[in-house]
Structure formats: structure tokens, C-alpha cells
Ligand binder design. Structure first.
Ligand SMILES: Cc1cc2nc3c(=O)[nH]c(=O)nc-3n(C[C@H](O)[C@H](O)[C@H](O)COP(=O)(O)OP(=O)(O)OC[C@H]3O[C@@H](n4cnc5c(N)ncnc54)[C@H](O)[C@@H]3O)c2cc1C
Length: 470
């Protein structure tokens, strides 16, 4: 089979292998901010009924709590999270790219929601602008910036996929960021932003607390309806009581069992370099600070941090069969870190000798349509949002507002969307699931090495609006 540029080995394979082995196995973002406790103050009196109980201490839960205080100031809001630190999962592990798209890109949205994609894109842009305004309004110190994105073609067949007003040839793109692997690129400035995810979690938690939101560490096992109240059962002790419940549990087994087939965990790996020297930065350029991604089915994403590091992640997002309810058993695969390090030095041979200080991975909540979906239960007193498929940093705010619409009983422009009212097709159970995902992944790898041509299986899945992505 023909090869891609990433099938090459870096000039100094040994240096690549040594570059990551001493890296700390933890998210740089979370280590940088320290713990953000999910339990504080006096214990919540479980005989009290909260107007809204939010389950989940990531971006979905935090946005839901903050938006609830803004939209319904008289509600009491309680956030339950099973981890000791808020944002300990995907929200503290991601690349920090905020994308306006709510549909995992325009193309995916056009395929699945052709009649409403323009509206969805408008809503996504408004959502991103409202995030920017919120950062400003509350004075969140979270390294928020809008440098734009650079998409790069590293294979000849990808060049014609580049679109927009700002397409660059090989010479031009290497002036923006100097890699011998770049054949062309496109810069897009208005539809994205960048953030330090750990700082964003910290600042959101601070604002939520200042606005009266209460936080408790508790693992929710079940929601049981009673006529006038919902019992939120937990692993330890008496149930909590709420008038409404919003579930932002992402890739974890859904508290509402009927939705457990709609999401599979896919493990995405990340490396973070040490701060680069001025000479190293001069060797690659990147003065515009754009967030970068390449264009294969298996793709990398990379970016600069404010303190002069490079985050480098993606490519070999893997589904592994077997019980993993905590979503950690299949994380941190050394073979994937090695592959990522090799690809880094193939992309930036000028940076030979640079070390990675942190390595980590996190589980992505992949659903078969690659964009957030919503569940409801118990006469709409319970709402559920999941399925962001690796693009949830911005979309979680939209999901939060949509869940609030649902549990408040409001009909809005969000609740009538077919994206909100429809569900993705669930994944089949094991033992079918693993071979099916494996053959789809094999087909995607093959397409990357075959001029981008999609085989019959991928074309059939495309026609059915199904797929596998990260
Ligand atoms: C490595 C990686 C890179 C990524 N990069 C990007 C990116 O650059 N841009 C982007 O847009 N997206 C990215 N994503 C995806 C993005 O991080 C997620 O879509 C987003 O953070 C989802 O937020 P969340 O709050 O829904 O989930 P999470 O952050 O996973 O939070 C889930 C919360 O639910 C809690 N919980 C779960 N079950 C229970 C229970 N039963 N009881 C109590 N609490 C429970 C957990 O403790 C946790 O607090 C990436 C993801 C990963 C893993």
C-alpha cells in the first residue's frame, strides 16, 4: 500500500523515543492550575430539594450551572461530580480548541442536517461569540485568544480539499509555520478560539460559586421519579432531591440506561513539549499562533501555549473492547505516545532534542453522527447531553442552554431543531462492535494511503449518515 508522510521515521529515531519517556503522565492543563475541588463548604442537606441538580463537573455541567443562575436567578443549583477535581476528565484534558461549528464541521452538518445547517452554523457562531463575551464579562483569566486556525495538507490529494478565501501554497504556508511536510494550507480567522482548558474550568467554577451554585462530590447511580420531585440516588448515603436534573456525564455510562448504546469511548492521546527557546521558535515561525490540524482521516491537532510550549495530539484515537466504566483502563498507551513523538519530529525536524514534559490521554464520547445529541426523561424533568465526539469545548455551552430549555419546559429555537429532537443510531453491542469499528478504522487508514478514496464500506456508511471519528 502507498505510504503517507507519517509512515516515515524521523531522522533521529532514538531521540524521538527518548523525548517522551520521562514525561509526567498527567494533563499539563490540570497540573498547571492545581486541584479545583468538587466539594466545598458545609455539606448539602439532602432533605432539601434543589431546583436544579446538575450531574457532571466538566464544561457541560459548569455551563449548565452558570447559565441556570443567569436565566433563572431564583433557582437553587447543585452540581454533583464523582471526581475530586472539577474538570478532571475531558474538560481538563483537551486541546483547548473552541470551534464555532456545532456539527463537527460544516460538511458533517450538511450531510446530517441539510435543511438547518445554515441556522446551526449561525447559532454556533453566536455561541462562540457569547463565550467570548462571558469570558470578558466575568474577567476569566483563561488565556482566551482568537488567532484562527490553519488547516494543512500533507498529502497531494488533500490540496484540493482546502477551501476558503485564504488558501496558501507550500511556500506561503511554510512562511506561517515551517514544516517540510506541508504542501498547502488554509487559514480561517473568524470561527474559532483557543483557551487554557484548566484555567477555564477554574474560572467557571469560581463564577458558579460566586453566583451561589453549590458543589458536592458524589457518584450518581440512578434518577428515580416521584410525583413532585426526583430522587437522585448516589453510591454513598441518602439520595439528593431535585425538581429538575441535567446530566452532563459525557463518555461515562449514562445514568439513563436507555442511552448507553449511543456513545462509545475512544481514547485520544496528547503530548506537551517543554517551553521552546527563542531559537527553536525562530526555526519554525508560527508568529500568528494559529491552531493547526492536518487533513487525514487520522489527523493531528497542535497549538502553542501562552508559556511557549507546543501541544501535539490526536492521530490514533482507539476504541478497545472490554469493561471500562471508569474510562481509564485503556488510556495512556505507550505505543501511541511513541507514534505521536515520531510524527512530531517528522513534522518539525528542526526541533530535534526537544523534550515532552507531559503526556496524557482522555476518552472521547464518540457517537455515530459526531455531534451532540439530547435525551429527555420523566416528563422532561431530566435532560441529557452527550456525543460531542471530540469537539465539545464550545458546544457544551449550547448544550447547556438546550438542556435548560428542556427542563424549564420552554420551547425555543433550539428545542425545535432536528439536531436536538433526533438521536444518532446506536452502536451495536459486543461482540459485533469491535470488529465493526476496527474494519471502519482500517478502511479510513487505507483511504489516507490511497489518495483519499473511500472504499465501498465507507461510502455505504456515508450514505447512511453513519461513521466513526474522534
Ligand atoms: C484528549 C482530548 C482532546 C480533546 N480536544 C478537544 C478540543 O481541542 N476541542 C474541543 O472542542 N473538544 C475537545 N475534546 C472534547 C472535549 O474535551 C469534550 O467534548 C468536553 O470537555 C465535554 O465536556 P463534558 O463536561 O460533557 O464532559 P467531561 O469533561 O468528561 O465531564 C464529565 C463529568 O461527569 C462526571 N460524571 C460522569 N458520570 C458521573 C456520575 N455517574 N455521577 C457523577 N458525576 C459523573 C465526571 O466526574 C465529570 O466531571 C477533547 C477531548 C479529549 C479527551
Amino acid at each position: 500500500m502507498p505510504q503517507t508522510v507519517f509512515d516515515r521515521k524521523p531522522a533521529n529515531e532514538q531521540a524521538a523515543a527518548q523525548s517522551w519517556t520521562n514525561a509526567r503522565e498527567e494533563s499539563f492543563w490540570l497540573a498547571d492550575v492545581g486541584p479545583i475541588p468538587s466539594q466545598d463548604g458545609p455539606r448539602w442537606d439532602r432533605s432539601q430539594t434543589a431546583d436544579l441538580v446538575v450531574v457532571g463537573g466538566g464544561f457541560t455541567g459548569l455551563w449548565t450551572a452558570i447559565r441556570a443562575t443567569e436565566r433563572y436567578p431564583d433557582w437553587t443549583v447543585l452540581v454533583l461530580s464523582m471526581d475530586a477535581t472539577l474538570g478532571q476528565r475531558a474538560s481538563g484534558q483537551n486541546g483547548g480548541f473552541l470551534e464555532a461549528s456545532l456539527t463537527h464541521g460544516r460538511l458533517n452538518g450538511e450531510t446530517r442536517f441539510p435543511r438547518e445547517i445554515d441556522l446551526l452554523d449561525d447559532m454556533g457562531r453566536a455561541n462562540l461569540d457569547e463565550i467570548a463575551q462571558t469570558v470578558e464579562r466575568y474577567g476569566w483569566e483563561c488565556d482566551f485568544e482568537r488567532p484562527g486556525t490553519l488547516t494543512v495538507a500533507t498529502e497531494p490529494h488533500q490540496i484540493e480539499w482546502l477551501e476558503g478565501d485564504n488558501v496558501l501554497n507550500d511556500v506561503e504556508v511554510r512562511r506561517v509555520l515551517n514544516s517540510p511536510t506541508f504542501l498547502a494550507g488554509a487559514i480561517e480567522r473568524g470561527e474559532s478560539a483557543m483557551v487554557h482548558p484548566g484555567k477555564l474550568v477554574r474560572e467557571m467554577a469560581r463564577t458558579a460559586r460566586e453566583r451561589g451554585v453549590r458543589f458536592e462530590q458524589a457518584t450518581v447511580t440512578k434518577v428515580r421519579p416521584r410525583p413532585d420531585v426526583l430522587d437522585i440516588q448516589v453510591a454513598d448515603g441518602l439520595p439528593y432531591r431535585g425538581r429538575r436534573v441535567a446530566l452532563g456525564t459525557n463518555v461515562f455510562p449514562s445514568v439513563l440506561r436507555r442511552y448507553r448504546w449511543h456513545v462509545v469511548p475512544v481514547y485520544d492521546h496528547v503530548l506537551m513539549t517543554e517551553p521552546l527557546t527563542d531559537e527553536q521558535w525562530a526555526a519554525i515561525g508560527w508568529n500568528g499562533r494559529e491552531g493547526v490540524s492536518d487533513m487525514g482521516n487520522q489527523f493531528h491537532y497542535y497549538r502553542r501555549t501562552m508559556d511557549g510550549r507546543i501541544l501535539w495530539g490526536g492521530y490514533d484515537a482507539a476504541y478497545t473492547p472490554g469493561a471500562d466504566p471508569d474510562r481509564t483502563r485503556f488510556a495512556n498507551n505507550p505505543a501511541v505516545f511513541q507514534l505521536l513523538a515520531e510524527h512530531f519530529f517528522v513534522t518539525f525536524p528542526q526541533l530535534e532534542g526537544v523534550r515532552f514534559t507531559h503526556r496524557w490521554s482522555g476518552a472521547i464520547d464518540t457517537c455515530s453522527r459526531f455531534s451532540v445529541f439530547f435525551g429527555r426523561a420523566y416528563r422532561d424533568r431530566v435532560a441529557y447531553a452527550a456525543g460531542y465526539t471530540g469537539l465539545g469545548v464550545a458546544a457544551t455551552r449550547f448544550a447547556a442552554d438546550t438542556m435548560l430549555d428542556m427542563v424549564a419546559g420552554e420551547s425555543t429555537e433550539r428545542t425545535v431543531l432536528s439536531m436536538v429532537r433526533s438521536m444518532p443510531i446506536p452502536f451495536p453491542p459486543e461482540p459485533l462492535r469491535y470488529p465493526l469499528i476496527s474494519i471502519v478504522k482500517w478502511s479510513m487508514r487505507r483511504a489516507d494511503r490511497n489518495g483519499g478514496k473511500r472504499n465501498l464500506l465507507l461510502r455505504t456508511l456515508d450514505a447512511l449518515g453513519l461513521g466513526f471519528d474522534s
